[in-house]
Design a protein around this ligand. Structure first.
Ligand code: PDD
Length: 287
């Protein structure tokens, strides 16, 4: 069965899906995106991603391309046409097509909306989480508005490539104070030497991860002691456990940081428990 993408009002064969050469996403990265994890046909953590999409569009003054209700129909139909039960749903909105000029075009073009879906092998994903992954650290070099989920991801791309070349799954950015901000495509967490679950606060220049937000609540409800407080690379290496969160891999245990084993060098009990609790909660609150 061939893949199908939604492009500006039409479902088209994925291989033939295309946007205009003067799309501002293509020329200026003038656009935003969202990713939902699909589990058992459910759009997990649905509300959080819609809310962030609205916020990202608002920050860039890009008009909302369609109502929430209409968007849900498009997302569902994309899943149905691609027969996805477990996978990832990608949505991108750019400011639209206009002759190249840095300032916002006038009159404002119609925003361009693209939705794609891909299947994820859930057994392989579970096996990966059961084993844990390695991360590297890399200097923070992104712009000052990482709270907006824009498609301008070149530093993230380069960081991820460095990780791959080092045999790691993720790169954690480290700011000028030696504090970890977040990963190239995920938020960063540790269970510190005192047993406190820690992740960077959202006053910092990070993406307000939807998974992060739900997990904070889930962890508190489960009686875990949690603090939104920065940690250094050294603290991370001395941590009992570490993990990342994001729609891509939900809660993913980290077992090595820059080659040094975290704790016993295998996924810890808190990360494993939180992964399970998050999976349950994100489906329960999904669409
Ligand atoms: N990335 N930080 C960054 C820089 C991210 O790109 C992401 C998500 C996250 C986690 O956010 P959430 O929990 O809302 O998925 C944190 C997506 C999955 C991606 O770029 O594919």
């Amino acid at each position: 069965m061939s893949r199908v993408a939604y492009v500006n009002g039409r479902f088209v064969r994925h291989a033939e899906a295309a946007v205009h050469i003067e799309d501002r996403g293509y020329q200026f990265a003038d656009g935003v995106y969202e990713v939902w994890a699909i589990a058992g046909g459910v759009l997990t953590d649905a509300e959080g991603h819609f809310a962030r999409l609205t916020r990202s569009l608002g920050e860039l003054k890009i008009p909302t391309p369609m109502s929430r209700e209409a968007l849900i129909v498009v997302l569902r139909e994309t899943l149905r046409r691609n027969r996805i039960k477990d996978g990832l749903l990608y949505l991108q909105v750019t400011r639209g097509v206009a002759p190249r000029d840095h300032a916002f075009p006038l009159p404002a073009p119609t925003p361009a909306l693209v939705v794609t879906a891909k299947r994820v092998d859930s057994a392989a994903a579970e096996a990966r989480a059961a084993k844990g992954v390695a991360v590297i650290t890399t200097p923070e070099n992104r712009w000052g508005r990482c709270d907006i989920k824009t498609v301008g991801l070149l530093p993230n791309v380069l960081a991820k490539q460095s990780a791959r070349e080092a045999g790691a799954a993720e790169a954690w950015f480290v700011d000028d104070l030696g504090l970890i901000t977040e990963g190239a495509s995920s938020n960063a967490w540790i269970i510190d030497a005192q047993g406190v679950l820690r992740t960077r606060d959202i006053q910092a220049n990070i993406l307000r991860g939807v998974t992060r937000n739900t997990l904070l609540r889930v962890a508190r409800e489960a009686g875990v002691s949690v603090e939104e407080r920065p940690f250094t690379v050294e603290e991370a290496k001395l941590a009992k456990e570490a993990f990342t969160t994001g729609a891509g891999a939900q809660v993913l245990p980290v077992v090595r940081i820059d080659g040094a084993a975290v704790g016993a060098g295998e996924p810890g009990p808190v990360a494993r428990r939180l992964r399970r609790l998050y999976m349950e909660e994100s489906r329960r609150t999904g669409l």
